[in-house]
Design a protein around this ligand. Structure first.
Ligand SMILES: Cc1cc2nc3c(=O)[nH]c(=O)nc-3n(C[C@H](O)[C@H](O)[C@H](O)COP(=O)(O)OP(=O)(O)OC[C@H]3O[C@@H](n4cnc5c(N)ncnc54)[C@H](O)[C@@H]3O)c2cc1C
Length: 387
């Protein structure tokens, strides 16, 4: 048995991980398969996540948050990813894509309006960047915000928005100027505003229980005080959110890989073929050993990005490295886990089939693996392949 030695964690961080695991094993894991089959999460879960302090775990305490450092927050996301990625996504969007973005770029009034209700689970937020016509090339977005008296009128659509139909408020990235990143501005748009419509998207390969929605905005009016950051600064707002989101996503992927490893090792020790446990076969051990090394490497890369964030140092490239490696590692681990479990890996009696389906999106969203490679390539060469 490999002894787990996480020498960089404090005893407080170990405690955070243990209590997160205890919550997940009680409130999430026993139900994850049924939620996946039903393609729906119960709304009461939001209250439970809020009660456990997860929705704003990494936000400042004075804004109702838990004040967790980034490394501790990755421990929480890992446990959630191990339990159910649909739930992990709610926590990641709430803390990273929405919460930290409002905390960083918002005015005192905006923070006061949206962050305490987020922490208490009264009002979820979502992050609406992707459009039907552009995802990777986000700087080409077309949703338009026109000046309308003292305020703005927003018209256009967004697609694949996590929590799009559950959220009370959306960070909507809109074009207020000319082409390219400098023509983009971010707005905090209440989802009950006139002209705002959210339609749930069903039939996903994975994250089936999680709310994903298409948004359409038809002349939605907001005051100028709804602007998040300065006019023309929206692309910077969007990218800073992704730096945070990628760390928690990478941590969720570590959780998937860890769950695959634990399930596979336990199964391999029990299951017999040719009159001996399959764990004794070298080719099965190879699958397990590769999963183990992938999981450990992904975890350390994730912690490094988080530690840089905690130290107040730049972490864009390290977050991209962690997200790229951990997402690909989670897909490899889930695929290998299905192999170890044979036919039982292909049905949802065990969690590995769902791990594979849930892992698959992680190499796509918050920037595809190709986009992460271009971020790393830009850091290495000083040349941007995006321009
Ligand atoms: C379940 C789910 C949840 C999501 N949640 C959100 C959310 O909450 N908010 C949000 O804004 N978005 C969300 N997204 C959208 C997601 O971020 C995009 O799908 C993703 O960024 C890819 O964009 P795209 O789908 O338009 O693919 P495209 O950009 O069209 O890419 C298609 C292919 O082309 C490749 N490609 C594109 N450009 C390059 C290049 N320069 N070099 C090499 N290859 C390239 C890509 O890597 C990919 O393989 C979500 C998506 C899913 C599936």
């Amino acid at each position: 048995m490999i002894r787990r030695v996480d020498f960089t964690l404090s005893s407080e961080q170990e405690l955070i991980r243990e209590s997160a695991r205890e919550f997940c094993e009680r409130e999430i894991q026993p139900f994850a398969r049924d939620w996946d089959r039903a393609e729906e999460l119960p709304r009461e879960l939001v209250g439970k996540l809020a009660g456990a302090g997860f929705l704003a775990a990494s936000l400042p305490e004075e804004l109702g948050g838990g004040g967790l450092d980034s490394v501790s927050y990755t421990l929480l996301c890992e446990e959630l990813g191990r339990a159910d990625s649909s739930v992990r996504g709610i926590v990641s969007v709430s803390n990273g894509l929405f919460g930290k973005t409002v905390a960083k770029w918002g005015t005192p009034d905006q923070r006061e309006a949206w962050l305490p209700p987020l922490a208490s689970g009264e009002a979820l937020g979502c992050y609406a960047l992707t459009e039907p016509g552009c995802g990777s090339d986000a700087a080409a977005l077309a949703l338009r915000a026109e000046r309308d008296g003292e305020g703005w009128a927003l018209t256009g659509s967004k697609v694949f928005i996590t929590l799009g139909s559950w959220a009370s408020v959306a960070i909507v990235f809109a074009r207020t100027g000319g082409e390219g990143p400098r023509g983009i501005t971010a707005f905090l748009v209440p989802t009950d505003a006139e002209g705002f419509e959210a339609r749930p998207m069903k039939g996903k390969l994975g994250l089936r229980a999680q709310d994903t929605a298409e948004l359409s905005l038809d002349g939605v009016r907001v005051p100028d005080s709804a602007r998040l950051g300065d006019e023309g600064q929206g692309f910077k707002v969007a990218m800073s959110a992704l730096d945070n989101g990628r760390i928690s996503l990478a941590a969720g992927c570590v959780g998937i890989a860890q769950g695959c490893l634990e399930t596979s090792v336990a199964y391999a020790r029990e299951r017999e073929a040719f009159k001996r446990p399959i764990a004794g076969f070298q080719l099965v051990q190879e699958l397990l050993a590769e999963m183990h090394v992938d999981t450990e490497a992904a975890r350390l890369l994730t912690w490094r990005a988080a530690a840089l964030a905690d130290a107040g140092k730049p972490y864009t490239t390290e977050a991209a490295v962690a997200k790229w490696f951990a997402s690909e590692a989670s897909v490899r681990a889930a695929n290998a886990a299905v192999q170890v479990l044979g036919g039982y890996g292909y049905v949802d009696e065990y969690p590995v089939a769902k791990y594979l389906r849930d892992a698959r999106v992680t190499t796509l969203y918050e920037g595809t693996s190709q986009i992460q490679k271009l971020i790393v390539g830009r850091a290495l060469t000083g040349e941007s392949a995006f321009a």
